[in-house]
Design a protein around this ligand. Structure first.
Ligand SMILES: Nc1ncnc2c1ncn2[C@@H]1O[C@H](COP(=O)(O)OP(=O)(O)OP(=O)(O)O)[C@@H](O)[C@H]1O
Ligand SMILES: [Mg+2]
Length: 267
């Protein structure tokens, strides 16, 4: 994979993505209310909060699945009003889902290859001919995909249909598919949910390695507070769709509003 994108015009430590005063409603349900925070290039940013706090909705706003009624999203210095998910992907945002979303009948290799589709320049006609520029492009895609498979230590399952894999490995393949897009910003929705301790430790290691080796900025939703405190540079806390805290892990875990939210103390 390539080194961090130096042409993005955003240096390490600068704001890569800014969320400003975002509100999102579904009919009468206020999923997100006036939330602002930013994600700096190169950091691991955790988004935490009790069930129904609006965490997944926030990722869906960031990658263009949902359009907020109010507020703005600025990515790499460009403010957008509306954007579709494929446009977000093209601009360098990739994600994984709370419930694994893979092609269950397809192999590990093909699922990760599917993540490259957006990167393919040559059209279907050239792909059919499989020579000239299209062939060169396919060879390059295969090289990147094999590198990801190596990196995630999933060589042994490259030809296995993902529906047959244990859950922890399916999550790893899903991470592979997101990495195949070579994103600048990777959004992970509970990447460790449902995993045993060993699988969690592996996933933590991969997340840290993606961040340090490829320079990928990561926003991560996670319920396991130990994992959050170990992995993240900064944490934003949502409760009932509102932001109640934002800061480095040590600050956030001492914050009384956060402690109350997790203990279910009404306010
Ligand atoms: N598509 C939708 N239609 C209607 N309501 C929705 C939709 N998506 C989310 N909501 C509502 O918005 C609120 C926030 O949901 P969201 O899934 O973002 O929470 P979450 O923090 O990810 O929770 P969890 O930890 O359980 O995954 C909830 O009240 C939820 O029911
Ligand atoms: Mg969620």
């Amino acid at each position: 994979m390539r080194a961090p994108d130096m042409n993005a015009g955003v240096a390490a430590g600068d704001v890569l993505l800014a969320v400003e005063n975002v509100s999102l409603r579904f009919g009468g349900v206020k999923a997100i209310t006036d939330v602002s925070f930013d994600i700096r290039k190169g950091e691991i940013r955790a988004i935490i909060g009790p069930n129904g706090a609006g965490k997944t909705s926030m990722l869906n706003v960031i990658n263009g699945f949902y359009h907020p009624q109010e507020g703005r999203i600025t990515f790499k210095g460009k403010t957008r009003s509306r954007m579709r998910p494929h446009e977000a992907a093209r601009q360098g945002i990739a994600r994984t889902f709370q419930n694994v979303a893979l092609f269950k009948g397809m192999t590990t290799l093909d699922n990760i290859m599917a993540g490259r589709t957006l990167k393919m320049k040559r059209g279907f006609f050239w792909q059919m001919l499989r020579h000239g520029p299209a062939l060169a492009e396919e060879i390059e895609h295969r090289r990147v995909v094999e590198e990801i498979i190596d990196f995630l230590e999933i060589e042994a399952i490259r030809k296995v249909p993902v529906g047959r894999l244990p859950y922890g490995l399916q999550k790893r393949v899903e991470l592979g598919r997101a990495l195949a897009m070579e994103p600048d910003l990777l959004l992970l929705d509970e990447p460790m949910a449902g995993m045993n301790l060993e699988e969690k430790e592996d996933m933590c290691r991969f997340i840290l390695d993606v961040n340090s080796q490829f320079g990928t900025t990561i926003a991560l939703i996670e319920h396991d507070m130990g994992v959050v405190m170990d992995l993240s540079d900064r944490v934003v806390v949502l409760e009932y769709g509102r932001k109640i805290a934002d800061g480095v892990p040590d600050e956030v875990k001492k914050n009384q509003a956060v402690i109350d939210a997790y203990l279910g103390v009404p306010h």
